[in-house]
Design a protein. Structure first.
Length: 301
């Protein structure tokens, strides 16, 4: 687990993908809504993910599932700020998953080291100013609209080309606002204004996103395209909580392609997959690979 101080010099650079553990402090998230919607439950879950080996904990107070209703700003802050403050006191590196500059500012003041913005600054451009002022790290995800309307925008002639071009614009906006280029990360936004076919094409071509000059974060965990892929004989999608093995497979694919990080709900399985990939690549290179055990010095950032 990385410490908050580790992030002061910039984005961590590991020999393997960083593992970001998801903590939804919400009653309505598609994956685990209501499971950790109290401060104490969220903190306990976050510490469990830390103990499993997460490098960063992503604390979110707004569901971005299709059709979700947005909470009030004050409500979102009440959900995430106490959790972030408590984890920061434990010297845990945390990010805040938000599209709002007010929430981002409160989270950073409470100890967050990164802002994970699924809108890439489009929902609230002032969030870029807040990140720049704090000298924080920033994830710009590809986004075309809020949850209630995003399915209308899932039309592409060239999904990789268009996603890359639109992410390039978001990086330019972040730099123009004063965010340090070395603190920027991009996320292709699987499932956000994208069909299953769009998601699969992006997953096949992840290295091409690196042409943007920023590290790549991938968030596929528990998403609906996995449920559809694993549907039963009657066409019923695989339940959300039964998609973990499939996501571990995607973590493996992403790790082989050299992504900077993966965002997951269950840490241990993905970290095991990353350890296997690291060892396999080490064997290919004629070496032993690099140990990424989550509980020892080699597993620290």
């Amino acid at each position: 687990m990385s410490s908050r101080a580790t992030w002061a010099a910039g984005l961590p650079s590991l020999s393997r993908p960083l593992v970001m553990g998801v903590v939804n402090v919400t009653p309505d998230s598609f994956s685990d809504g209501g499971h950790y919607d109290t401060t104490d439950a969220a903190i306990a879950h976050a510490l469990d993910l830390r103990d499993q080996g997460a490098d960063l904990l992503d604390i979110g107070g707004e569901s971005t599932r299709p059709g979700a209703t947005r909470p009030l700003v004050a409500e979102e802050m009440e959900r995430v700020v106490p959790v972030i403050r408590a984890l920061a006191l434990e010297d845990v590196a945390v990010s805040v998953d938000t599209m709002r500059h007010e929430v981002a500012r409160a989270a950073l003041e409470s100890g967050a080291v990164l802002v994970n913005d699924v809108s890439g600054g489009l929902a609230d451009p002032r969030i870029l100013d807040v990140v720049a002022e704090a000298g924080a790290a920033y994830v710009a995800m590809h986004w075309r609209g809020h949850s209630a309307t995003m399915s209308r925008h899932a039309a592409y002639d060239d999904v990789l080309g268009e996603v890359r071009a639109e992410l390039s614009q978001r990086l330019e906006a972040a730099v123009a606002a004063g965010v340090a280029p070395g603190r920027l990360v991009v996320d292709p936004g699987l499932g956000f204004a994208k069909t299953a076919e769009h998601n699969w094409e992006l997953l096949q071509r992840l290295p091409e996103l690196e042409e943007l000059g920023a590290p790549v974060l991938v968030g596929s965990s528990r998403k609906s395209f996995l449920g559809s892929l694993l549907a039963g004989p009657d066409g019923t999608p695989r339940p959300v909580l039964d998609r973990e093995a499939a996501n571990v497979a995607l973590t493996t694919i992403a790790a082989i392609q050299g992504v900077w990080g993966v965002r997951v709900h269950e840490v241990r399985g993905s970290l095991d997959a990353i350890t296997v990939v690291d060892r396999w690549q080490g064997a290919q290179a004629g070496g032993e690979g690099v140990s990424v055990s989550p509980r020892g010095p080699a597993g620290s950032v």
